[in-house]
Each structure stands twice: as structure tokens, then as C-alpha cells.
Design a protein around this ligand. Structure first.
Ligand SMILES: Cc1ncc(COP(=O)(O)O)c(C=O)c1O
Length: 384
């Protein structure tokens, strides 16, 4: 146990060469590249070179990815679809909804564009999309959902952690509100998975989606969709593909017979190279343990927020540890210039709206926080 919990901070940083020259605080956009993930891609290429089409092995790797996602969510592998993106998972969900009986889809203002756009695309099928907008302080309390979720609602979408402000939402309560009205609930958790301890069944949510680009430390082209097991008999996605069939290798084109489990939300040929990278990235997260990672990040976030307060900056992310995660946002008067100025000093952050986004992960240390704070003090005029 002691070994596991020590695989954060200085103990893991050497796996990520970028820290030799850069203060990397941008895991909300893209996790840093490790030697392990680079080697995994090489292993894929070597196997392909040596053995040709290793399809049996590659399909086994896809099943290993399903199992790894399941462990991270404390779900069963039969509750996980392996996808290429959040977009694929969400399109699969809406394709399974009966919008004739329940036309309403509720989304929060903090949804990632893909979720909002997929919801609005359903207007072509008769959907009515309702937005839940944040209060003046940027929070979205569950009561705001309760005001618009009704017996005509099919799906309620929330985001575990806002990519725009770092707010963490009460997913369990939002799911309860959805269920009270007979609706289903989706939590886009891309900005949390890998950085927070996550228990999908305990939250009671119906769907959880995310991918490996950010806190799971790998590349684009691999994601997951959790579908609560009990729900599966009712849900038939019409967005599908041969890897979602009950018997993939039967090659039968005479009917639609989807897998009994969440694999029915898979689609075409699995993204094999990304699966190699994803498994390597997830192994780093799993070795550290998500509880230890969350605790490590919370300590760094406390230090960062205290430093920002000393600068008199306006922190857009809530202060209470249970209402935030790995992303701390601070208001800027000219955020593009601020991101560029930090980049010139080899400090990598990002921006959304007028917020500077500072993302913390297992490989960050106190020194990273102090470096960004020192630089922000020097450019105080760019903070609101
Ligand atoms: C909250 C959130 N959802 C979804 C995505 C990406 O969606 P997709 O995998 O469809 O590109 C991102 C980031 O890229 C994100 O931050």
C-alpha cells in the first residue's frame, strides 16, 4: 500500500520527460507523454511488424482496455463500451432514446460542445433541448435541474467537472432528480477520470463517459461509455457497428443482434494503437491509485488557491475541496496574452472564456505551483 500511494509527485515525475524543461499544467487539455506510453506504441508497431495482422491479440487488448476502464469506474466490464471518443458514446445513447414519448433532453451550460451539439442534433428527430444555466457565482446546484426535468424528459446531461470553470457537480443528486421523473442521467466525466476517485454505481448515474486524452495520460482516439448494467435490456442503440454485435465473427448481415452487455455501444474496428497507449497511461494511474492521486491534487490545489488569494486574483473555481477537482481557473483581463506569456517562460496552461486554466495531476509538485504563482505575480496586470 505504501508503495502504491507513493507513486505520485516526485516519485513518478521521471516517467514524463517534459518536466525536464517545462512546467506542465495542462492535463485538462492533454496529459503529459510518458516513456511508458511511447514504448506501448512501439510495442504495437513491433508486433505488427513481426507477426502481421495480430487480430486475436489486438482484440484481447481491447478487452483489457474495457477491464481497465471498468476498474477505474468500479463497474463491471459488461457495463463498459470501448469507444473512440465521447462523441461516439453520446451519439450511441441518444440513438437508443425513445424521443416520441419523452422528447426533452436537458443539458447544462457547462457541457462540452460535443454533448450540446449532439443534443441539438436530436431536434431533427423531434427533441426539445433545455439548457440549465449557472447562477451568478458560476455554480449549477441540482435544484436548477429539478426546475426543468419533467415526465417528458428522456435524458439529463451533466458534467462531473466543468472544463470551463473547474466546478464539480453533485452527480448523485442530479441522477436522483432525473430518476424521480423517470429520465436517464449522463455524467460526462472527462475532466475527472484519472484525477479523482470515481465510483459510478455508487453515484447511481446511468451513463458515464470520458477518454484517455487528459488525466488517463494517453492519446486521442480512445474513450469509454459506462452503461448501468440494469438498464441494458431496455436500451437498443441504432448507432452501431460490427464490433457491437453479439457474435462479431459470425459476419451476419441478415439482422441486428447486439451484444447483451454494454459492448452493444461499441462500433467498428477498435482503435488498436490508441488502446496500446491507453492501457499504458491507465496503468500509471492505477499504480498510483485514484484516491492517492485525488489527495495529492487537492494539496496542490490548496497551495495554488492560497497563492492566488495572496495575489488578490479572482478564482473562478469553488474553494471547497468537495466542489472542485484537478482544474483551477482564474480570471484574466487578457487571457490569450497571459497564456502566451506563460508559454514563453515554458509554463504550459490553457484558457477557456476569460479564465486561465491551471490543471494539476499526479506528476505535478509544489514547485510547479510556485513557478506559476511567481510568474503570475510578475504579470499581475493580466489577472482580473
Ligand atoms: C468534458 C469533455 N468532454 C468531452 C471532450 C472531448 O470529446 P470527444 O472525445 O468527443 O472529442 C472533452 C475534451 O476534449 C472534454 O473536456
Amino acid at each position: 500500500m505504501a508503495v502504491e500511494t507513493s507513486r505520485v509527485g516526485a516519485a513518478i515525475r521521471g516517467e514524463f520527460p517534459i518536466f525536464e524543461h517545462t512546467t506542465y499544467l495542462n492535463s485538462c487539455s492533454q496529459g503529459a507523454l510518458s516513456y511508458r506510453v511511447r514504448r506501448a506504441y512501439e510495442e504495437y508497431l513491433d508486433g505488427w511488424d513481426e507477426n502481421g495482422a495480430e487480430w486475436e491479440h489486438w482484440v484481447e487488448r481491447a478487452e483489457s482496455a474495457r477491464a481497465a476502464f471498468a476498474r477505474l469506474l468500479r463497474a463491471g466490464p459488461g457495463e463498459i463500451a470501448v469507444t473512440t471518443s465521447v462523441s461516439q458514446g453520446v451519439s450511441g445513447i441518444v440513438s437508443a432514446l425513445d424521443l416520441a414519448t419523452r422528447p426533452r433532453i436537458v443539458i447544462s451550460e457547462y457541457e462540452f460542445p460535443t454533448v450540446g451539439q449532439i443534443a441539438h442534433a436530436q431536434e431533427l428527430r423531434g427533441a426539445e433541448v433545455v439548457h440549465v444555466r449557472p447562477e451568478a457565482d458560476g455554480s449549477i446546484p441540482p435544484e436548477l435541474y429539478a426546475a426543468v426535468v419533467d415526465e417528458r424528459t428522456a435524458l439529463v446531461c451533466c458534467t462531473t467537472i466543468s472544463y470551463r470553470t473547474g466546478h464539480r457537480h453533485d452527480v448523485a443528486e442530479i441522477a436522483r432528480i432525473a430518476h424521480d421523473a423517470g429520465a436517464l442521467c449522463l455524467a460526462d466525466s472527462y475532466q475527472g477520470i484519472g484525477a479523482i476517485d470515481f465510483d459510478a454505481p455508487a453515484l447511481g448515474v446511468d451513463f458515464v463517459t470520458g477518454g484517455t486524452v487528459k488525466y488517463l495520460l494517453a492519446s486521442s482516439g480512445l474513450g469509454f461509455l459506462y452503461v448501468r448494467g440494469g438498464l441494458l435490456p431496455e436500451l437498443l442503440p441504432t448507432q452501431t457497428g460490427w464490433f457491437a454485435d453479439e457474435d462479431i465473427f459470425q459476419m451476419d448481415i441478415s439482422d441486428y443482434s447486439p451484444a447483451a452487455d454494454a459492448r452493444r455501444f461499441d462500433a467498428g474496428t477498435p482503435p488498436v494503437p490508441n488502446i496500446y497507449g491507453g492501457l499504458a497511461g491507465m496503468s500509471i494511474v492505477e499504480e498510483a491509485g485514484t484516491a492517492a492521486i485525488e489527495e495529492h491534487i487537492a494539496g496542490l490545489a490548496d497551495r495554488l488557491i492560497a497563492g492566488l488569494d495572496e495575489l488578490g486574483a479572482t478564482v473562478a473555481t469553488p474553494r471547497e475541496p468537495e466542489r472542485r477537482g484537478p482544474l483551477v481557473c482564474v480570471r484574466s483581463t487578457d487571457v490569450r496574452t497571459l497564456v502566451d506569456t506563460l508559454a514563453a517562460a515554458r509554463i504550459v496552461c490553457s484558457e477557456r472564456d476569460s479564465n486561465l486554466r491551471i490543471a494539476l495531476h499526479l506528476y505535478n509538485v509544489d514547485e510547479d505551483v510556485d513557478i506559476v504563482l511567481t510568474s503570475l505575480a510578475r504579470h499581475r496586470h493580466l489577472l482580473a
